[in-house]
Design a protein around this ligand. Structure first.
Ligand code: GLC
Ligand code: CA
Length: 558
């Protein structure tokens, strides 16, 4: 037996819903809880065990819900609290857990706390945020917002600047204030007591800032000052406090979102044992195989870079902590456009699914990923709606001109992941009965949609179902150890897993041209069974086979 501790959140697979674009139940063009309710059976049918909802809370939607105005209520466009409770109930009835997005690094500038805090030093909420006078006409420090532009906004009413690491409408909460931490804990209890099963904690590693908020000596586009808030001085303490005072009292799970996270730092927070603060961590390193840090600094795709990151995290965490595996979410362009191939869309979507779901960790699947949805091409910056896209475009335009900046937006924008889910080939892709959906629907919906893939045994959708079933039925896929093979190859990703004397071999092609695959030493393919594959052909040549474009195979050995 392996020494790994077995728990439900290690065995589950999670489906992420970005509510605005999931399904519109009342015909106003905007996704909502009624729509979610109508699709619970669909979600269950995928073989997942939990739903993570991107923010459903009351919000002016400056950052589509990540700017929260009321942590205890539902955005009216999405429905009511009663409707949420029904969704929660119905999900639980189907054996699906429900994970909420906990966004506490900042609030909306329309949150009551912020409106109060503006009133000045004597207001009890003043210290809920970071208000500073500035130096003459200069801002309090040189930090930049990660959405581009300075991280400080002058508020006329208050006569002071406030800190916002994200949009102007997202003032940062001052977590050093014990009252703010009490509020956070109350919010956690509120949802856990209602029955939710855990949290995805938004940019949680940003919540502690260096005392005195000093300027940074380093200039870094869109993140000057980050060394003063990424993994800040009291992060450990605050996470431990949330764990001890609230989370440890419930059978819940947490996954923290952590830009720029390294293994060493992650282990600090997620190593199993009494000092574990979070169950898992969403790091970003594997999302930078086609860019530097994030998609706006585009670079050619490098499989070697990707494999190095995966192998480091697989080996680094095994037996000590647990990986959270994802290749898409609401902040990332569609993966087929990035690491796969539009020409071999089906094969590459299935291969990419296999590549990450067969690794050790809890897999997260983003809405639309299971049918291989792709990026959208918009012809003008005015068509984009995401605040970070518009801000980043502004910076890009100044450097490279309009045309190139738009091309970059087409590639890098988060709006690529935010087009409505393509349910069928009827008007508006079956997303809404309204004349006009809230955002553009990808023109390819007639070809790429759920209904068409339901009817096709070999569709990407049905492949995801088989893959998740395969994972669930085989402990080795969940708990097995990981080893990489042929690390030097720039077109093959090959790894094996092992558990209790069993072994599993995964071979993934990242190439548009076929090539010969020879099994690594110690694996006799003639003695293995082919468990998963995305092509019809399964012929062996000796102890190998010819890998077709973006082909993947999983062999099991007893
Ligand atoms: C996280 C969210 C992203 C949001 C940002 C600010 O990165 O995933 O969508 O814009 O935090 O809350
Ligand atoms: Ca609606």
């Amino acid at each position: 037996m392996s020494e790994i501790k077995r728990t439900w959140w290690k065995e589950m697979a999670v489906y992420q819903v970005w509510p605005r674009s999931f399904c519109d139940g009342n015909g106003d063009g905007i996704g909502d809880l009624k729509g979610v309710l109508s699709k619970l059976d669909y979600i269950k049918s995928l073989g997942v065990d939990a739903i993570w909802f991107s923010p459903l809370y009351k919000s002016p939607q400056a950052d589509y819900g990540y700017d929260i105005a009321d942590y205890r209520d539902i955005q009216p466009e999405y429905g009511t609290l009663e409707e949420f409770k029904t969704v929660l109930d119905e999900a639980h009835k189907r054996g699906l857990k429900v994970i909420m997005d906990l966004v506490v690094n900042h609030t909306s500038n329309q949150h009551e706390w912020f409106l109060e805090s503006k009133k000045g030093k004597d207001n009890p909420y003043y210290d809920y945020y970071f208000w500073r006078k500035g130096k003459g006409n200069r801002r309090p420090n040189n930090w930049m917002s990660t959405f581009a532009g300075p991280a400080w906004e002058y508020d006329k009413e208050a006569g002071e600047y406030y800190l916002h690491l994200f949009a102007v409408e997202q003032p940062d909460l001052n977590m050093d204030n014990p009252k703010v931490r009490e509020e956070v804990k109350d919010i956690m209890r509120y949802w856990l007591d209602m029955g939710v099963d855990g949290f995805r904690e938004d940019v949680i590693t940003f919540i502690s800032k260096t005392e005195g908020l000093p300027s940074s000596p380093y200039w870094f586009p869109v993140a000057t000052g980050m060394e003063h808030y990424m993994g800040g001085p009291h992060l450990d303490e605050y996470l431990q406090e949330f764990k001890d005072d609230v989370l440890s009292k419930y059978d819940c799970m947490t996954v923290g979102e952590a830009p720029m996270m390294t293994i060493k730092k992650a282990l600090h927070h997620i190593t199993e044992g009494p000092k574990q603060q979070l169950n898992m961590m969403f790091h970003f390193e594997h999302m930078a195989a086609d860019c530097l840090f994030y998609s706006w600094f585009k670079a050619p795709f490098s499989l070697k870079k990707l494999k190095k990151v995966y192998t480091r995290w697989q080996k680094g965490l095994y037996g000590r902590a647990w990986n959270a595996n994802y290749i898409e979410n609401h902040d990332q362009p569609r993966i087929v456009n990035r690491y796969g191939s539009l020409k071999y869309r089906e094969a590459s979507a299935k291969m990419l699914a296999t590549m990450y779901i067969c690794q050790s960790g809890t897999p997260f699947i983003y809405q639309g990923q299971e049918i291989g949805m792709t990026n959208i091409r918009l012809n003008s910056i005015d068509d984009y709606v995401d605040v970070s896209t518009i801000n980043n475009y502004g910076v890009a335009k100044a450097i490279m001109g309009k045309k190139k900046a738009l091309e970059l937006a087409n590639y890098a924008s988060r709006d690529n992941a935010r087009t409505p889910v393509q349910w069928d080939d009827s008007k508006n892709a079956g997303f809404t009965t309204a004349e006009k959906p809230w955002f553009f629907i990808n023109e390819n919906y007639k070809e790429i949609n759920v209904a068409a893939q339901e009817n096709d045994e070999n569709s990407i959708l049905n492949y995801y179902r088989k893959l998740l079933k395969f994972r669930k039925e085989n402990d080795i896929v969940i708990y097995g150890d990981y080893d990489e093979h042929f690390a030097e190859s720039d077109k093959l990703f090959c790894y094996s897993r092992s558990l209790d004397g069993k072994r599993m071999l995964v071979a993934c092609s990242f190439s548009e041209t076929p090539f010969l695959f020879e099994a690594p030493k110690g694996f006799d393919l003639t003695k293995g069974t082919l468990a998963m594959s995305n092509y019809d052909i399964d012929a062996l040549y000796g102890n190998g086979f010819c890998l077709q474009p973006y082909e993947c195979r999983v062999y099991m050995f007893d």
